[in-house]
Ligand binder design. Structure first.
Ligand SMILES: Nc1ncnc2c1ncn2[C@@H]1O[C@H](COP(=O)(O)OP(=O)(O)OP(=O)(O)O)[C@@H](O)[C@H]1O
Ligand SMILES: [Mg+2]
Ligand SMILES: [Mg+2]
Length: 565
């Protein structure tokens, strides 16, 4: 065990600690009742787990398949509208319902979105990709097959870099990379609505035929935290590109987590697949649960079968759904109604070609927006803020996108930049006001940046007063609290109304300092005996007496002078 514990170094240490605490607190009970276990990271960032005996470490392996709904007005092969929560079966064309004689017509927007996503994820874009039929029987799949890209997908061999904090500390971030095996275009299925009361199942085909990108990642991850961080970054990239709104709560981003464990030097273990996880928090929990369950099972002499499981968010565990397709034959065959999808680049584009009829990969590449990683780098370079602060700015924006459905609106980074443009305060100081003060208000009131009653202009105005030493930072916080009430007053008006101007009268300030010194004999003795920390208490008392209107630097000087007399 000691050897395994020594490996807690990077990445998933927080998970390890939580799991260990759970085991320590509830020995022999809970979801993993037997045996001691530990999960830690090895040097390459992988998580290692000791089984029952504690002698043979386990290496968990995690690979994700992600279905991202393409942001498009119409479906992948039909003109039906795409809309969330429309009345059941109100957005269904004859093709979506698989009426005989109907044919697919490929949606250009969906292809462009997949190319954009592939380029953003450093993929090779195949200039020729193929469509296939994947057969399976289910009530919400009227054709009996799904059109997908099994043999030659549109994009292959990419990578996604993502960062995660060690032990939940923003200051200790590591960056990792997961390989993207492929991105394929495919149709979504309909939805089965189970009516338990009447023991019947109803089918809604609104979602049938909506364009999806399936992103298949290589099994490069090793714990729930890594999987969660990778999906977070992917979500932000998709939203930045506009290729998917990626709102998980609306099923626009669904994750299948493949998990296995094996001993070092041995081949990968049999994987189970936890299907359709629709929240990043649940993803992390499902993966970690599944790792522990498999270790437990194998440690007790059992075996892992290649099965499909679901995550029960109420119980916090995974449960079997059905056996995996080792037994199920999808009977893949080429889709006869769709020719190969041909894309061009600047070199291969035929002369005199009508641009409306072709897709030029280079044209799309040139128009890619700045990706989140580039945005973060620019923020750090341009404004000198810490990398972890740039991270918080973008992650907060992402949370907003997911909650507010305005994924393309200006977010926190833009707010920060606008404040910086309008104030003389240094960006390094401005970021503190945004991340500590503004964010806590927004969080408290569950508001988006757009809904903030304090605009970037107002905040800049306030910070200018502070910069010009017209108010103290304590007073600035009071003004911010007032501005937050949204009464339409300017910071200066608020300062005047509440009499928060900095005390300029040095004589008055000296008198107040003297009064504080006279009333704090013990503290004065402590300071004189060399305990300088106590000075802060006296500064605080002066601030209190002046209702935060004194300049703490000046107060410190005055107190020091008086105490040395
Ligand atoms: N031993 C393993 N442990 C964990 N994950 C694995 C392992 N082997 C493969 N994977 C992951 O399993 C996933 C396989 O996805 P892929 O789409 O290729 O096949 P599939 O799950 O059989 O197909 P589908 O679910 O689309 O019908 C990939 O994300 C891959 O990284
Ligand atoms: Mg797959
Ligand atoms: Mg799968």
């Amino acid at each position: 065990m000691a050897a395994v514990l020594a490996m807690v170094a990077r990445g998933c240490g927080g998970v390890w600690r939580r799991l260990r605490q759970r085991c320590a607190v509830r020995p022999g009970s809970g979801p993993f009742p037997r045996g001691e276990r530990a999960v830690a990271c090895n040097a390459r960032g992988g998580m290692m787990s000791a089984g029952k005996s504690g002698l043979t470490p386990w290496i968990p392996v995690v690979g994700l398949e992600i279905h991202a709904q393409i942001s498009s007005n119409s479906k992948l092969f039909s003109g039906s509208q795409v809309q969330f929560a429309a009345p059941p079966n109100s957005l269904v064309s004859f093709f979506d319902a698989s009426l005989p004689g109907t044919l697919p017509v490929l949606n250009r927007r969906c292809v462009e979105a997949a190319v954009m996503t592939g380029l953003a994820l450093n993929c090779h874009i195949n200039k020729k990709s193929l469509f296939d039929r994947k057969h399976y029987f289910y009530a919400d799949l009227p054709a009996g097959y799904q059109i997908t890209q099994q043999r030659v997908p549109i994009a292959v061999n990419g990578s996604l870099s993502y960062s995660l904090c060690i032990d939940n500390k923003m200051s200790q971030m590591v960056t990792k990379t997961v390989r993207i095996k492929q991105i394929q275009l495919e149709q979504d299925s309909g939805k089965s609505l189970h009516d338990d009361a009447r023991s019947q199942t109803l089918v809604d085909l609104n979602r049938a035929g909506v364009g999806l990108m399936e992103l298949v990642m290589e099994p490069d991850m090793c714990c729930g935290e890594e999987a969660a961080a990778a999906v977070r970054e992917l979500q932000l990239i998709l939203q930045t590109l506009g290729s998917s709104q990626a709102v998980m709560a609306e099923g626009q981003l669904r994750v299948d987590a493949n998990v296995s464990v094996h001993h070092p030097g041995e081949p990968y273990g049999v994987r189970t697949e936890v299907k359709n996880i629709n929240s990043i928090r649940f993803l992390a929990k499902a993966v970690d649960y599944e790792i522990q369950r498999q270790i437990e099972e194998l440690g007790n002499g059992g075996t892992i079968s290649n099965e499909t499981r679901a995550f029960d968010s109420k119980l916090g565990c995974t449960v079997p759904m059905r056996d995996k397709e080792g037994k199920q034959d999808y009977r893949f065959m080429p889709e006869p109604n769709l020719p190969p999808l041909i894309l061009y680049d600047a070199k291969s584009l035929p002369a005199n070609m009508n641009h409306q009829q072709v897709i030029n990969i280079d044209w799309i590449r040139e128009r890619l927006p700045d990706l989140p990683s580039v945005k973060r780098e620019k923020l750090v370079e341009q404004y000198g803020i810490l990398p972890e602060h740039s991270f918080t700015l973008l992650v907060w924006q992402q949370d907003q996108n997911c909650n507010s459905r305005h994924s393309n609106e200006d977010g926190l980074p833009e707010f920060f930049e606008n404040v910086v443009k309008q104030t003389q305060m240094k960006p390094k100081k401005v970021i503190g006001w945004i991340l500590n003060d503004l964010l806590s208000y927004l969080k408290q009131h569950s508001l988006t940046v757009k809904e903030s009653p304090v605009s970037s202009f107002l905040l800049a105005d306030l910070l200018n007063l502070l910069e010009k030493k017209e108010i103290s930072s304590t007073a600035a916080k009071q003004v911010l609290a007032e501005l937050w009430k949204g009464k339409g007053k300017t910071p200066l008006e608020t300062v005047k109304e509440q009499k928060l101007e900095l005390l300029q009268d040095q004589k008055e300030l000296e008198q107040i300092c003297q009064a504080v010194i006279d009333g704090q004999e013990n503290e004065v003795m402590a300071i004189k005996a060399g305990n300088q920390k106590v000075l802060n208490k006296l500064i605080g008392l002066v601030q209190k007496k002046t209702q935060g209107r004194s300049n703490p630097v000046l107060v410190k000087q005055l107190l020091e002078k008086k105490l040395s007399e």
